[in-house]
Structures are given as structure tokens and as C-alpha cells.
Design a protein around this ligand. Structure first.
Ligand SMILES: Nc1ncnc2c1ncn2[C@@H]1O[C@H](COP(=O)(O)OP(=O)(O)O)[C@@H](O)[C@H]1O
Ligand SMILES: [Mg+2]
Length: 608
């Protein structure tokens, strides 16, 4: 099921603050990641309930202890009293020791199960994300998406490892404490409970206000972060236009908005804490006051009173922290939505067969485009290709020329199966593209784009990207054929030179030759050169052109060229205009047409 809904951001925000019942159910689906670790997780949960239950022993025995120590009169002898005090203290100490030991293992087991499940989830998410079809990346701001995923996963992690155990502990203490209080003195319990609803209502109201502010502040902090990311990514532009001051102001303004909100939030929080101190402690005082009066009239024993007070404090503390715990869990359920939405998106390649059985290891390289029509999914009403035709025999060189924005890159995008055509078809060796597995088809093609992006490793690793597992000798052979050897040897570290983030330590021509070495190593049947030399100076262009000549031997090549000099000897030249092939033929044929577009373009470039 392909769910593509445009989301209303306001609605989205509201949902993240207060998730619906169905989103709780859906969030629970993610619990399936715990399944492989159930051998660890189930004992951890049992230990969690056990320690939570044992924590009720503390107010019980402590109350008894203090009650014994201070009770006077009825005690038979000081010796007997001391013995009983010692016994209670020992029991309590033993229980605490057991509780502490279980807690130690509980936390460790929880971390093992939780962190492993989360790592699996991250791995799945990443694997899924990079397999999503190209249109997905056109429709989403990828930077925003990835930072959203990162922060949501952090939230889920904290909630699972910290908040969830808190919820269990507090619930057990709350229920256990209330049960005890009622058993011990129903009258006192009713008095206490009468005070509570008012307190709880106010706590909830304040809590909601604090949450709204903190959410708003978080959003504002995120948008100030966008400024930082943008400027760092475009740091050359910022500096070249000496806009540092402008950007500093822009960041400052975003920070000011964040500050103003946090300040308002801080006031509410301060009032909240002040209120808690007064009201919650006040309530406890009232309960103690009432209890001591009952003690004076003999309605309860000393021991009961102390136990009652301690249990009340525990119950109060649990109740007080529940709103926080619940809101944290609500936030985490909201956070799972980004994760679930992403996992529900369909990966690409579903319209292709899955097995490459019976297919040749290498295609011959015959290529046919039949009446291709296409518009980008993000701009459906703007047709880009309006009936493109092309026939390439194996090993031919086909050049695509035409003004910028005429759809040359779009044709290469369709060849690489990044997008599906609206109508028309693409045939490889006479068979429709969709009759081959997607991975197989892509392995038959190599792309050398205008701007080559390298990964931040060594030169060797970047060349090996063309065929992971290639031997050192193969890599060096590819580099030699790609005219890259001399510059690689000019670096002191040779093939182990780090190329820097995205390859910034190499020049454009050097990066291009690494991309060509990659393609040589991949040895595909079809080669796509998209303005591979357009961004280069003439010296680098000469070297890259040489490397490209070597690369094109024995492959069908689709050459998108800006400079017509580089495609003169192509077997066919297609001149694109308005999403159609306006003219086609060899250089000699095309220049003959006095009215032709190609002739005009050549005139401009060569002065013919
Ligand atoms: N990812 C995209 N989403 C929407 N429109 C696009 C996208 N890429 C290119 N276009 C549009 O498609 C048209 C052709 O672009 P392109 O194929 O890149 O042209 P060329 O490579 O010939 O310069 C242009 O009008 C461009 O604005
Ligand atoms: Mg282009």
C-alpha cells in the first residue's frame, strides 16, 4: 500500500503532542524489534516489576522501625525492644540488598535488549531510506528528514530505557501504596484522597503549559539549526559574498526567538515548581496533621502513622511524576510516527523481476527509447520529455545536445531507472527495462556526471566503489587507464590519500578521473556521460577527454555535451528542443542543413 498524503504541519504538530489511540497501537508494532532479544527482555521486565514491588518494603519497614523506636509505654523491656529494632533493620537491609542487586541486572539487561533492538531499527531505517525511489527524495527535504529521524530516535531511546521503567515503578508504587494506605486506615486515606484531585488537576494544567512552551522552544531551536547547516554547507558562498555579518544576524534573530520562548517557559516552570513546593508539601502537612490527631485519640498506632506518612510521600511522589512520564511517552509515540511512515514507504524495484537467472553477465548494449513522455512527479503539469526516440546499436556513441533545461539529464535519469516514464518504453538489448532486475540493469550502466561526489575515504576506496572487492592491481590499472596515476603519485600517501569530505581536497578534473577509474573498474555495457568535462579548464579537459576515450571503447555511450567539439565523431547526434528530438544525424549530416539548429549552435561555438 502506497501512502502518499500531504500533511498539514499544524495537524502534525497536534498529533505529536497528543497521539491518538491508533497511533499507540501502531507504535507498539515497533516493539517487534524486541522479539529477537526476548530472552533478555522478558527477564528484564520481570526484574523491573520485582524491584518496583520491593521498593514498597522501604516505607513499610522504615515506618515500623521508627514506630518501634519511638513507641513508649507498651514495650516490655528495653532489651526486647532493641532486639526487635535490630531485626527490623536487618530485614530492611537484606531487602535493600536484594533490590539493589536485581536493579543492577535489570538495568543491564534492559540496555542490552533495548540498545540492540534500536540498533536493528536504525539499520533497517537506513537500509530502507537509501532504497526509496528517487521521487521520494524530490518530495522531502532530506536534511530535515535525517535530523528529524535522529532526534526522534534519541527520544524513543530515552523513553524506552528511562521513562518506561519509571512508568512501571511509579505505577506499582502508586497502586501498592494506595492499597496499603487503605488497609491501614481508610479514614486517613479518604482524607488524603480528598486533597489530591485538586492538586493533580493543577499539576496537569501547569504541565500542559510547560510542555507547549518546551515544544515551541524546541522547534525554534531546530530552525536556528537550519541556519547553521545552510551556511556551513554553503560556506564558500557566504565568504565570497562576505555575508558573515548577515548570517550572524540571521542566526542571532533565530536564537532570540528561541530565547524569548524559553524565558516565557521558564516563568511557567518556576511558578510550577513554587506551586508544587507549596501545595504538595502543604497537602502532606495536612495529612500529617490529621494523622497525628488520630494518633492522639488512639484511632491509629504510632507505627501505622509513620508507615502511613512514608507511603503518602511515595504515593505523592509517584503521582507528581506521572504527568511528566506520561507526556514523555506521548512524545515518544509521536516520534515513532516518522520512523513508521518511513518504514511504510515502498522501496524501489518492485515493478522489476527479482532474479537475474538466465541473463547474460553483460548486456550487448543495444538501447532503444520509444516515444518517451515524462514529467517529474514533483511538477506533474510540466512535461519535460514529449516523445523522445532513440536507437543505439552496441558500441555506438550517441550525443545529446541542446540548450540547458531541454531534458538531457532527464533522459539519463530515465535510463538509470531513477524515474519511470509516463508513457513510451526503454529497451535494453530489445527487452523492456522492466523485464530485468533493477540491480542488474544498473550494474550494466555507469554514470560520469558533471560534478563527481566522492566519499570521505581514501582514493583507493573511492575507485573501488565501482566494483567493491577489486584487487589492488585492478584498482591501479583502472587509475592508469583513467589518466589518474600521475596525480595520485604526486601525493605523498598515493592511493591512501584521504580525499576529504565529498572529495574537496581534489580538483574537479582529478575527481572526474577518479570517477572514470570507477567506471572502468565497473566495466559496464552502457556508459552515460553527463557533461563530464563541462566544468573543467582546458588542460584538465584534455586529460579527462583522453581518459573518457579509453572508457568509451567497447561500450554504448550516451554523451551529454556542452562543447560540441567533444562529440564531433559521435555516431549519432540528437539535438533536443522543447522535450523532443528536433534533429538527428552525424556531425557531417547535421551541419549541412542551413536552417538547422545544430548548424546554428556549431556556428556559435566554432565560428563555422
Ligand atoms: N528533480 C526535478 N524535479 C522537477 N523538475 C526537474 C527536476 N530535474 C529537472 N527538472 C526540470 O526538468 C527540465 C529538464 O531538466 P534537465 O533534464 O536537467 O535539463 P538539461 O540536463 O537538459 O539541462 C527543466 O525544466 C528542469 O527544471
Ligand atoms: Mg543537465
Amino acid at each position: 500500500m502506497f501512502r502518499r498524503r500531504k500533511k498539514n504541519p499544524e495537524e502534525d504538530k497536534a498529533k505529536r503532542l497528543k497521539p491518538s489511540r491508533s497511533s499507540y497501537r501502531e507504535a507498539l508494532q515497533l516493539a517487534s524489534y524486541l522479539r529477537p532479544y526476548k530472552g533478555t527482555f522478558i527477564p528484564a521486565i520481570l526484574a523491573l516489576f520485582l524491584t518496583a514491588g520491593l521498593s514498597l518494603a522501604f516505607p513499610y519497614f522504615m515506618g515500623q522501625l521508627i514506630g518501634q523506636g519511638t513507641s513508649s509505654g507498651q514495650a516490655p523491656t528495653p532489651e526486647a525492644m532493641t532486639a526487635s529494632i535490630d531485626q527490623i533493620a536487618m530485614t530492611l537491609a537484606a531487602i535493600l540488598l536484594v533490590q539493589a542487586t536485581i536493579a543492577f541486572f535489570r538495568i543491564r539487561l534492559f540496555a542490552v535488549a533495548g540498545e540492540s533492538a534500536l540498533a536493528d531499527m536504525r539499520r533497517d531505517l537506513y537500509g530502507h531510506l537509501i532504497r526509496l525511489p528517487m521521487p521520494y527524495f524530490g518530495e522531502h527535504r532530506v536534511g530535515e528528514l535525517s535530523s528529524r529521524i535522529a532526534s526522534d530516535l534519541t527520544l524513543i531511546r530515552e523513553t524506552f530505557l528511562q521513562t518506561f521503567p519509571q512508568l512501571v515503578r511509579h505505577s506499582v508504587m502508586l497502586v501498592g501504596g494506595l492499597v496499603f494506605i487503605f488497609i491501614s486506615s481508610a479514614k486517613l486515606a479518604f482524607f488524603m484522597l480528598a486533597c489530591l484531585p485538586v492538586v493533580l488537576l493543577l499539576v496537569a494544567l501547569f504541565g500542559r503549559k510547560v510542555r507547549t512552551y518546551s515544544k515551541e522552544a524546541q522547534d525554534q531551536l531546530a530552525s536556528s539549526q537550519v541556519v547553521v547547516e545552510e551556511t556551513l554547507q554553503g560556506i564558500t558562498s557566504v565568504k565570497a559574498f562576505h555575508n558573515e555579518t548577515h548570517e550572524t544576524h540571521r542566526y542571532g534573530a533565530a536564537l532570540d526567538r528561541f530565547l524569548a520562548t524559553t524565558m516565557r517557559g521558564a516563568s511557567v516552570r518556576a511558578a510550577f515548581v513554587a506551586f508544587i513546593i507549596f501545595i504538595l508539601m502543604g497537602t502532606i502537612t495536612a495529612v500529617v496533621w490529621f494523622g497525628v490527631k488520630m494518633l492522639a485519640t488512639g484511632a491509629i498506632s504510632q507505627e501505622q502513622l509513620y508507615q502511613f506518612i512514608l507511603f503518602s510521600i511515595f504515593v505523592g511522589a509517584s503521582m507528581g511524576s506521572l504527568p511528566e512520564v506520561i507526556s514523555q511517552i506521548q512524545k515518544a509515540v509521536g516520534a515513532t510516527e516518522t520512523v513508521r511512515d518511513l518504514l511504510n514507504e515502498n522501496v524501489e524495484g518492485r515493478d522489476y523481476p527479482t532474479t537475474a537467472d538466465g541473463l547474460p553477465a553483460r548486456l550487448k548494449g543495444e538501447l532503444t527509447l520509444r516515444d518517451l513522455h515524462f514529467a517529474y512527479p514533483s511538477r506533474p503539469d510540466l512535461p519535460v520529455l514529449k516523445g523522445i526516440k532513440l536507437e543505439a546499436r552496441p558500441g555506438q556513441r550517441i550525443a545529446l545536445v541542446g540548450g540547458s533545461g531541454t531534458g538531457k539529464t532527464t533522459i539519463t535519469n530515465l535510463l538509470l531507472q531513477f524515474y519511470a516514464p509516463e508513457s513510451g518504453s526503454i529497451l535494453f538489448d530489445g527487452q523492456p527495462a522492466t523485464s530485468y532486475p533493477l540491480e542488474y540493469l544498473r550494474s550494466q550502466m555507469a554514470l560520469v556526471p558533471q560534478e563527481v561526489l566522492l566519499f570521505g575515504g581514501t582514493i583507493r576506496e573511492n575507485i573501488a566503489y565501482g566494483r567493491p572487492g577489486a584487487s589492488a592491481a585492478e584498482i591501479e590499472e583502472a587509475a592508469r587507464r583513467a589518466q589518474a596515476e600521475s596525480f595520485i603519485h604526486s601525493f605523498p600517501e598515493g592511493y591512501d590519500t584521504l580525499v576529504g569530505d565529498r572529495g574537496i581536497k581534489l580538483s574537479g578534473g582529478q575527481r572526474q578521473r577518479i570517477a572514470i577509474a570507477r567506471a572502468l573498474l565497473a566495466d559496464p555495457a552502457i556508459l552515460i556521460l553527463d557533461e563530464a568535462t563541462s566544468a573543467l579548464d582546458s588542460e584538465s579537459e584534455r586529460l579527462v577527454q583522453q581518459a573518457l576515450e579509453e572508457l568509451m571503447i567497447g561500450r554504448t555511450s550516451i554523451i551529454v555535451a556542452h562543447r560540441l567539439s567533444t562529440i564531433r565523431d559521435a555516431d549519432q547526434i540528437l539535438v533536443l528542443q522543447n522535450g523532443k528530438v528536433a534533429e538527428s544525424g552525424s556531425h557531417e549530416e547535421l551541419v549541412k542543413d542551413p536552417e538547422g539548429l545544430y548548424r546554428m549552435l556549431s556556428k556559435l561555438q566554432f565560428g563555422l
